[in-house]
Design a protein around this ligand. Structure first.
Ligand SMILES: NC(=O)c1ccc[n+]([C@@H]2O[C@H](COP(=O)([O-])OP(=O)(O)OC[C@H]3O[C@@H](n4cnc5c(N)ncnc54)[C@H](O)[C@@H]3O)[C@@H](O)[C@H]2O)c1
Length: 336
């Protein structure tokens, strides 16, 4: 598959292009960035043509698919440019600035029969897949409580698009909690429906929130909460996902992030009668390790296989729209 890139300088250069290059069935043919120095730098780094205009790139270059890794506010126009040129699209999360815009993109791709998928790669982590399998096999019983904490240290940076509401659409919740929502829905095979949130900017001086938390209820009745911060040091954040059931738990530590690292602890410890003594015998959980391969490659392979087989599946794209609906609800809640 031949690929073009729109927005070459950030995550594209750090993760996506290196992942593309690991699979010989992919070929990078051109990159585009609005910053001419970045376009030139990345084009020369990978030995491909470079552009500053996506329309021009897609008119001149033959390719099957395009990857978009630009600020969120650019996603809609660029996704439509890609579609105008009849290419399949792999676009970064969050899909667009709000759910209405996100839905418009997905519906347009469906109507034209072009694949669109969104960069939620954490569901491909071997430990998240293992947790999903354990739950499906009744390894923790009926799920009753889910908690996720995902943070990154993100101080004031002049001109940073993520710190600008118009360009990023929001702060820690828009940027980080979207991963948690998508992942939880994937593992539980359920949908988050109701939310109550608190968010504020406590540490830094930018306009979007650096601290956000919300509780939720899924359609299936599971309760949970998600915490996301830009103001907890990276080394102090456990980046964890805890899932508790009536018979035990599946706890992933250090798995929320860009690498397939961390550990999964699975405890199966069903209990019969009520114990007034509340004696707790500590059963040892079974431990599993992250397999440390490439999440970005794994998600690209799913995309490539669909395009090659012609069996286009919009399930994940629809879920990316659903994730944006939750974010819309959160930002509509009044904060005092
Ligand atoms: N899935 C993940 O693991 C992951 C990680 C980081 C970022 N992201 C997502 O990727 C996207 C980009 O984030 P980033 O961290 O790489 O940002 P970034 O600012 O580091 O890089 C964005 C690149 O796009 C370029 N750019 C800006 N406006 C453009 C435009 N109008 N046209 C073309 N190029 C333009 C910039 O010059 C820069 O090279 C966002 O949607 C973000 O949420 C996803």
């Amino acid at each position: 598959m031949k690929w073009c890139i729109i927005g070459a300088g950030g995550i594209a250069d750090r993760r996506t292009i290196p992942a593309l290059k690991k699979d010989a069935s992919n070929e990078l043919v051109a990159v585009m960035d609005k910053n001419v120095e970045t376009a030139k730098l990345i084009g020369e780094k990978y030995g491909v043509k470079y552009y500053t205009d996506p329309d021009q790139m897609l008119s001149e270059v033959e390719c099957d698919a395009v990857y978009i890794g630009t600020p969120v506010a650019c996603h809609y126009d660029q996704a439509m440019t890609v579609l105008k040129h009849d290419r399949h699209l792999f676009i970064e999360k969050p899909l667009a600035i709000d759910s209405k815009t996100s839905k418009k993109i997905v519906e347009a791709y469906k109507a034209k029969g072009k694949l669109i998928t969104v960069g939620y790669m954490m569901k491909y982590h071997n430990l998240h897949k293992k947790a999903k399998e354990i739950i499906a096999l009744d390894g923790i019983g009926k799920v009753v409580d889910v908690r996720a904490q995902f943070s990154c240290w993100y101080p004031d940076i002049k001109g940073a698009w993520r710190q600008n509401k118009k360009l990023g659409g929001g702060g820690a919740l828009m940027d980080l909690s979207v991963h948690c929502i998508e992942l939880i829905e994937d593992i539980l095979e359920d949908e988050i429906e109701l939310v109550k949130s608190f968010y504020s900017t406590r540490t830094f001086s930018y306009e979007v929130e650096d601290s956000g938390v919300f509780i939720f209820k899924t359609k299936g009745g599971v309760l949970g909460h998600i915490d996301c911060n830009f103001n907890i040091p990276d080394n102090a954040s456990e980046s964890k996902l805890e899932i508790y059931g009536e018979k035990g738990y599946a706890i992933c530590k250090g798995t929320l992030g860009q690498e397939e690292k961390g550990k999964l602890y699975h405890l199966y410890s069903p209990q019969g009668d009520y114990s007034a003594k509340q004696e707790r015998v500590t059963d040892k959980p079974t431990e599993y390790d992250g397999e440390n391969s490439d999440l970005y490659l794994k998600q690209l392979q799913v995309f490539v296989n669909q395009v090659k087989s012609g069996k286009l599946n919009y399930f994940y794209a629809d879920r990316a729209v659903q994730v944006q609906k939750i974010i819309d609800k959160i930002y509509k809640e009044k904060q005092k």
